[in-house]
Write a protein that binds this ligand. Structure first.
Ligand code: GDP
Length: 201
């Protein structure tokens, strides 16, 4: 079932000012240019809910969107710009850290990785950090229509093998493309029962 309603709610540079944690929340994060804005637009069937930016790294805001009046989709700033200063990186780390530690309603973090790029230390470190905090996350492979089925399968296996060097179990994977909308129903079908479970609590 597609998203019916998707609206921008609020942007924050201070995690303490994020909306009251009164409904289930899912955060999307990844390196700049991974395809996060495109994925958010694809998931919500909107052409420009999240900005597809040519200038990465300018604004470091936590963006809340409200979906079907039921859950929050959170667009977190992209990480890993080579050109930013140490101070900027520290500001970013504090922002993400503040966010991750202040959302009891955060049911899952979607960590986006570009399917065309080999496992990167930055992404693996970020996932390790989530694991240490006991925060649930899944991996979303973006731009997968660029790979043929054989190459895609090999990429997924390489990634899984790399993760299994650090983890006993690999997290769940989603294969997506903002171009073909592959993965939309898979991700929405993953979110729905979590929302139902949250309501029952
Ligand atoms: P963000 O910086 O992570 O928000 O990434 P964007 O959504 O702005 O996308 C970065 C670039 O990747 C843009 O040129 C997009 O058109 C392109 N892109 C995003 N998703 C896909 C996809 O699924 N397939 C292909 N081929 N390109 C994509």
């Amino acid at each position: 079932m597609p998203v019916k309603q998707a609206e921008f709610f609020v942007s924050n540079s201070d995690p303490a000012k994020c909306p009251k944690p009164d409904r289930p929340e899912y955060a999307f994060i990844g390196r700049s240019n991974v395809g996060k804005s495109s994925l958010i637009n694809m998931l919500t069937s909107r052409s420009s809910l999240a900005k597809i930016s040519g200038k990465p790294g300018k604004t470091q805001l936590i963006n809340h969107f409200i979906i079907d009046n039921e859950w929050y989709l959170v667009d977190l700033p992209g990480y890993g710009y080579a050109q930013v200063s140490k101070t900027e990186r520290e500001k970013f780390a504090a922002l993400i850290d503040g966010y991750l530690t202040s959302r009891p309603n955060l049911l899952c973090i979607f960590v986006l990785v570009d399917s065309r790029i080999a496992p990167q230390k930055l992404d693996l470190d970020f996932m390790a950090n989530l694991g240490e905090r006991g925060l649930p996350f899944v991996i979303v492979f973006t731009k997968t229509e660029k790979l043929g089925p054989t190459k895609l399968q090999a990429t997924l296996e390489t990634y899984r093998d790399r993760l299994l060097e650090d983890w006993e179990e690999a997290p769940q994977f989603f294969v997506t493309s903002a171009v073909t909308a592959v993965g939309r129903e898979d991700i929405l079908s993953f979110i729905r029962p979590l929302n139902e479970g949250y309501k029952k609590k």
